[in-house]
Design a protein around this ligand. Structure first.
Ligand SMILES: O=C1C[C@@H](c2ccc(O)c(O)c2)Oc2cc(O)cc(O)c21
Ligand SMILES: O=C(O)CCC(=O)C(=O)O
Ligand SMILES: [Fe+2]
Length: 360
């Protein structure tokens, strides 16, 4: 059965077993052991082609080729808007469970409140509550799924999503130019760009070392802009999860990362950062992810294949198909993992033997 909220579980002494992850998935680095390898880039003057634009673009492109993650400051999104968005989001999660559940998303409703996972059928749950606003295309907005409390949040979210759409398009222009294409190439490849704002709330956790706020993943879309508070917990890996870094929180900055769509359009030149969120027992944490995705029927195929390169995608597919395949792959992996665990539990005597002894 789906959980209603995490409030009660957050006050228990031990972690509910639904959230306990296999050892290989558990956090390897602390939520507050910050790294400075992810560049913080000031966008001041980016519109001034006679000024610092080319140097700013160089830094952005380098970051996309390297980790596929960077932070932006001086981004032009009003700081009062950003702090209002965070304040109202926090107030929402502090509401009584029955208020949050007026917007319950279980059963596949588009937008609203839910505990934990984006994937139905996952065995282990993520330690988070979320609220999702489907904000673009504007004509498809269903305001009945936008939380109407706290008062004023809906209006602030409208402005916030508009400003973030602007910032995302500006960053996509930089990447289009770096690919030797016209400025609008990446946004055009999205046809009619979708935007989804996902507000993640990670309550304090009784045994954070056993679980994750959000398990390791790449975002499926083109580009994601993440606003995080000062607690810390966003981690990235470049070696398939062997080693991790925790991104240093920077006041009012956006963490920018490319998703699978951005990665494929650039034929793998720009990285789709592999990331996760860890939690802790000292502080609750809030992050607001704004996902910029292509339209479901937009074609996914590299816009530029450089000399000597092969396409990273066999044949053009739609974004809807790409997303479906990603979900099925994730679920299949989860299923295989569950089976392997069941087998191990049933045959503990085999576990201690090496493969040669077993197959001999
Ligand atoms: O919550 C997430 C995480 C992430 C994601 C989505 C789908 C996957 O199969 C996966 O492995 C990770 O990116 C998202 C993208 C969205 O558009 C919405 C989400 O809620 C999320
Ligand atoms: O909360 C975070 O730091 C990560 C959020 C995230 O990766 C997501 O919502 O896709
Ligand atoms: Fe993500």
């Amino acid at each position: 059965m789906a959980l209603s909220t995490l409030s009660a579980l957050a006050h228990e002494k031990t972690l509910n077993s639904k959230f306990v992850r296999d050892e290989d998935e558990r956090p390897k680095v602390a939520y507050n052991q910050f790294s400075d390898v992810i560049p913080v880039i000031s966008l001041a003057g980016i519109d001034d082609s006679a000024g610092p634009r080319s140097e700013i673009c160089r830094k952005i492109v380098e970051a996309c080729e390297d980790w596929g993650i960077f932070q932006v400051v001086d981004h032009g999104v009003d700081t009062t808007l950003v702090s209002e968005m965070s304040r109202l989001a926090r107030e929402f999660f502090a509401l009584p469970a029955e208020e949050k559940l007026r917007f319950d998303m279980t059963g596949g409703k588009k937008g609203g409140f839910i505990v934990s996972s984006h994937l139905q059928g996952e065995v282990v749950q993520d330690w988070r509550e979320i609220v999702t606003y489907f904000s673009y295309p504007i004509r498809t907005r269903d305001y009945s799924r936008w939380p109407d409390k706290p008062e004023g949040w809906m209006a602030v979210t409208e402005v916030y999503s508009e400003k973030l759409m602007g910032l995302a398009c500006k960053l996509l222009e930089v990447l289009s130019e770096a690919m030797g294409l016209e400025k609008e190439a990446l946004t055009k490849a999205c046809v009619d760009m979708d935007q989804k704002v996902v507000v993640n709330y990670y309550p304090k956790c009784p045994q954070p070392e056993l679980t994750l706020g959000l398990k390791r993943h790449t975002d499926p879309g083109t580009i994601t802009l993440l606003l995080q508070d000062q607690v810390g917990g966003l981690q990235a890996t470049r070696d398939g999860g062997k080693t991790w870094i925790t991104v240093q929180p920077v006041e009012a900055a956006f963490v920018v990362n490319l998703g699978d769509h951005g990665h494929y359009l650039s034929n793998g030149r720009f990285k789709n950062a592999d990331h996760q969120a860890v939690v802790n027992s000292n502080y609750s944490r809030l992050s607001i992810a704004t996902f910029q995705n292509p339209a479901p029927d937009a074609t996914v195929y590299p816009l530029k294949i450089r000399e000597g390169e092969k396409s990273v995608i066999e044949e053009p597919i739609t974004f809807a198909e790409m997303y479906k395949r990603k979900m099925s792959k994730d679920l299949e992996l989860a299923r295989i993992k569950k089976l392997a665990k069941l087998q191990q539990d049933q045959e503990p005597e085999m576990k201690s033997k090496g493969p040669q002894e077993i197959f001999a």
